[in-house]
Design a protein around this ligand. Sequence first.
Ligand SMILES: [Zn+2]
Length: 550
Amino acid sequence: MLVAALAAAVVVTGRGQTPTPTPAQPTTAPQTVWTIIGPDGRRPMATTPVGGREMVTAEELARVFGVELREDPLTRGLALTVQGKTIVVSPTTGLASIGGRVVTLSTPPVRGERGWSLPMDFVDRALSLVYQPRLDVRNVTHLIVVGDVRVPRVQVRLETQPRLARVHFDVTPSTPHTVVAEPGRLVVRFEATALDLALAAAGPPDLVLALRALPNTPAVAIDQGPRYGTFRVVEGADGPTRRTTIEVLAAETPATGQPAPTTPVTPGQPGQPATPGAPAPETTPELGPEARSIHTVVIDPGHGGDVDVEGVRGPGARGPAGTFEKHITLTVARLLKSALEARLGVRALLTREDDRTVYLDERAAYANNNKADLFISLHLNASVSQKPSGAEVFFLSLDGYSPEARRVAQREGAVLPSATGGDRTIEMMLWEMAQLQHLEQSAVVAGLVEQTLRTRVKMSPRAIQQAPFRVLVGANMPAVLVELGFISNPEEEKLLGSHAYQLRLVEGLVDAVGRYRAELEARRPGAAAPVPGTAPAAAPASPPPAPRTP
Ligand SMILES: [Zn+2]
């Protein structure tokens, strides 16, 4: 779900300090990414400020809406044709004429390096007059809804009292939804394609820690605070806007941090309390920082699509012979998926199945939503020099995190801290915390991957490293990022493109996952003595941290 993804992206990008796994790029004006949601899915569209105005290139309009631009020598205007209809825009006045009607754009088009750019209001003021199906431009959330897809406006507001918090959802138009209690949170899920969401939550975080949009899905999470006890759903009367209120009640004694079991709840009748979330009775062995086996692996083929989002290049790095990182990572991910399923019998999922844009936080969120036991992000390295070669394995470093975050990360199964009252801070803390709890296990996995790759492919001199990779931060399970090789090295570029070499990499990764699973299972209570040769690898000594952007 993309509004959520955007919301999350905006929050996390706001820190602007965590390098992302891409080669450094020249700094350009900050882009705004709009999301176009239609019956055929979602597409991003980037705009750039020019002289204080938000502008969109003709190239981008062509890609997203199929608008064709040509300079018309007769009228000295720009003729923009879409679906057989033509809009003529004056490059001097910014007036646009559409079949005898004239509308004013906020500023005239400008010609730059990448051709013509038009003010963003061209979409709302001119294009929407001719475009079919109809366009609904929502400026606040940077969303354009095409045709009849269901994208309700959802305003969420938190109201707190000493022993009770109310989370009000005002939904326009009224949209069916369910409320589900999941470990540590309540999830309100709507029957919609996406949400046009506004979250406002300020208040003490003891009952409700944070309100969050969930990426990839039209749902909002209410994270439980340390005093969370139970909840009930109060449905308001139906109408153009429908209010649903989730009441969160304090526990008699502070919560133990034990997760409650997943309990689906059917919304009650107006005013009638629904089934409260059941208290946590017993431990759930699959949950928590220490998984006991590997059932699901999420493989993340780095990059994708042609658009750069969040400072990450869509195509990724490019080799001297023209190979794109995004294609190799997808090919290897597909091979790895088949091999994991066939040889280890685990469920393997990809964060993207084709060449498309996926936001960084969506990748980790996808793994979280699918309750993955392991997250493997695949990338190719690039260097300005053609010399460096070999694979490298990364896990998240604590660089850049607060002392508080480090302290919590080292406490196993700790209750997540609520540092300040501001929901944004908490939201970021939570997101960061996700991976911090699994660092030790991530280091073990990185060690195994390094060992199993080393016997099959060339390793870089710095084979294991820690770096603050954004894509790993939100993963709530052991997570590693593997740079399969240097695409900037001509020989290695050739190797990385060959099926035989890709299979060697996959063999190594499957071997590592198999060994990690054996270790986990050997450690289960009641398990036999550890299988020889699978003793837990010591966490590798951390080399000097490398805040870099491969
Ligand atoms: Zn990359």
